[in-house]
Design a protein around this ligand. Sequence first.
Ligand code: FES
Length: 326
Amino acid sequence: MNLGSVNGSSDLLDVVVTRRSRETASVAMIEFASATDELLPPFAAGDHVDVHLAEGLTRQYSLCNAPGERDIYRLGVMLANKSRGGSRTMHALKVGEKCRISRPRNAFRLREDAAKSILIGGGIGITPLMAMAYRLSDLGAAFELHYSARSKLHAAFYKSLSKSPFGSNIRWHFDNADGKTTFNPYESLADPSDSAHLYVCGPSGFMDYIREKAEELGWKRENVHYETFEALGPGADAREFVIHAKRSARDITVRANQTAAQALSESGMRISVSCEQGICGTCMVPLLDGEADHKDSYQTQAERTENPRFALCCSRAISSRIVLDI
Ligand code: FES
């Protein structure tokens, strides 16, 4: 595979758009192949790639085709209402256009040894779960794929999923007349066991609801895995805290309604952010002291223990003050 180099960073892949179609009014399917006709690097279920769209504009998208396919990477891209430029640029891509992307990376790992897997996707959150479903189907593993969407017309990949080898494993949940999901957690999550694993991806409110119900129904925290695709701003319960920037010997207050990255930028510090979702690792800085409320999905639990770093775009503090090596 040809590796390119952009802005001094290496390990980027040169790819070309080979297919593009509209899945729903707001979701486009985009396929990339190698720009040099070589095979793409292998990827695992749950992997995503960073698409480098322009100077300083990088967006992360899950790969939704079958892991094992190396001729294409398939993405589903929703046009965000308040697009910060990423999804709009992606939707404007045409067949034949070249791009640079990262190698596939994983922050949403599938436990292939689970006795049963339950995959629950809301809206465009279905994409990483599709790759998981292909993989579990290949393995002959026991699983259910729950897809919650407003209607059939709003369900991206409806046709291809219906015809997929795991069509009978899919449970469709379209909203009722009141606009409420017909997904019933008391049916679908009724059987928590140590060897069952649950994967959730979708809008934050949807994920909070599923995680809350999973906890209520006795699912162990370590068996519930999730990935978001929205910018992670401060939640309603966010509190103010202070960052001591050790290298510049400054104290900066992060207000309840802003992220650490926003507070530091406001104070005049130069901060690099990209995904604003805790996925890409661009904004991670060493955490020297204090207790953090990690909200990123970039670090594993072991990494947080051994060499804790703090995601400026989304993480917050449990202690009133934290010390960062910046
Ligand atoms: Fe991507 Fe913070 S900007 S993890």
